[in-house]
Design a protein around this ligand. Structure first.
Ligand SMILES: O=C(O)C(=O)C[C@]1(C(=O)O)C=C[C@@H](O)C=C1
Length: 300
C-alpha cells in the first residue's frame, strides 16, 4: 500500500496543513512520497485507516481555546485498533475571508464549529448580528464566497491564497497563542507502517523531543461514588502526571460517561504497566491509543 494519509478536506484547511507538515518532516528522513487523501469528515478520515484504505490519518485532537475535538474523540472510541503515532502542535491564526467591501455588509459567517468558537469574542464584538453557520471544514464554503452576497468564512491565510480570495480581517482568534494538537493515527496492527517509515525518522524524533505521552479512554464498571477518583488516583500514587482529562457521553443513557485521559509517560514505563493493570480492575472497557512523541510544527 502507498503511504496514503487521510485528512479532513477540502484542501487548504488546517488538517491538510498539519498533514503537509508531517509529510515534509518524513521527506527529510525517508524517500517515500506520501499521498494526501481529503475526506468529507474527521470520522471518515479515521474510518479510512480502520478499513485500511489509508495508512495514516492526521486529525485534530485538541485546541488551546476550545478544548477537545469531540468528533475525533468519538471516532477514536468507536473504531477499533486505532493507534496514535505522533502528536503535532500547530499554531492556528484565523482570518475572515470575504468578497464583501467591509464588515458592515457581512450577513453570514461560515466555518467549522471549532473555528467559530475560537473567534467567539471577536464575532460578538465586530459582527454581533450576523448569522453563524457551522460547516464540516474551514474551507468547505470558500468556493461559494464569490457568488453569495454578504458571505464570509473563517479560515487561514494560506486558504485565502490557495483560493485567491481577499482577507477582510486577520488574526481574529480570541487568544493570540491559539494552537491545535493533531494526532497522526495508524491501524494498531499495521506492521507495514514501521517497515515503510525509515528508522532515521524515529531517531530524528528522539533528537527533537524526549517526553512520551500516552492516550487512553475508558468506561467505568459502575456509576458509584468515588469510581472515577479511584481510577485517577492510581496515576497520582505512581507519580504519573495527567495532561488531559475529558468526558464524553457513552450515548447509552443520560449521565453515563466515557473518560479520555492523556498521561505524561510511556506505556513501556514500569509504573505505567502497573497503573494500567490496576486501572483495568475498575474499567468496563479500556482502550489504549498508544504512546507517542509530541512535536511542534515550529521545530520542523
Ligand atoms: O476545518 C479545518 O480547517 C480543520 O482542519 C478542523 C479544525 C478542528 O477541528 O479543530 C482544525 C484546526 C482548527 O482548530 C479549526 C478546525
Amino acid at each position: 500500500m502507498n503511504l496514503s494519509i487521510a485528512h479532513l478536506g477540502p484542501p487548504g484547511n488546517y488538517s491538510e496543513q498539519a498533514a503537509l507538515f508531517y509529510v515534509n518532516w518524513l521527506a527529510k528522513t525517508q524517500s517515500k512520497q506520501p499521498v494526501l487523501c481529503p475526506h468529507p469528515s474527521i470520522a471518515q478520515s479515521l474510518k479510512a485507516v480502520a478499513q485500511e484504505s489509508a495508512m495514516l490519518a492526521v486529525v485534530p485532537a485538541e485546541n488551546s481555546i476550545e478544548g477537545s475535538v469531540t468528533m475525533t474523540m468519538d471516532a477514536m472510541w468507536q473504531l477499533d485498533s486505532l493507534h496514535i503515532e505522533l502528536a503535532l502542535v500547530m499554531p492556528i491564526v484565523h482570518v475572515l475571508i470575504s468578497c464583501a467591501s467591509s464588515l458592515d455588509s457581512i450577513k453570514t459567517v461560515y466555518s467549522h464549529p471549532q473555528a467559530l468558537a475560537q473567534c467567539q469574542a471577536w464575532l460578538e464584538r465586530f459582527l454581533p448580528d450576523v448569522q453563524l453557520i457551522a460547516t464540516n471544514s474551514t474551507t468547505e464554503t470558500l468556493e461559494k464566497l464569490e457568488t453569495e452576497e454578504g458571505a464570509a468564512t473563517i479560515s487561514s491565510q494560506r486558504a485565502a491564497q490557495l483560493y485567491n480570495l481577499p482577507i477582510l480581517a486577520a488574526g481574529i482568534n480570541d487568544h493570540p497563542d491559539n494552537c491545535t494538537r493533531f494526532w497522526v493515527v495508524s491501524l494498531g496492527s499495521n506492521q507495514n507502517l514501521n517497515q515503510d517509515l525509515n528508522q532515521d525518522s524515529f531517531q530524528d524524533l528522539k533528537r527533537i523531543t524526549n517526553k512520551r505521552h500516552t492516550s487512553l479512554a475508558f468506561s467505568l464498571r459502575a456509576n458509584i461514588p468515588g469510581a472515577l477518583v479511584k481510577a485517577l488516583q492510581i496515576f497520582a500514587q505512581l507519580n504519573i502526571n495527567l495532561s488531559r482529562v475529558e468526558s464524553r457521553p457513552t450515548k447509552r443513557s443520560l449521565g453515563e460517561y466515557l473518560f479520555f485521559i492523556d498521561l505524561e509517560a510511556d506505556i513501556q514505563d514500569e509504573r505505567m504497566q502497573a497503573a494500567l493493570k490496576e486501572l483495568s480492575t475498575y474499567t468496563e472497557v479500556l482502550k489504549i491509543f498508544g504512546s507517542y512523541n509530541v512535536l511542534s510544527t515550529r521545530e520542523m
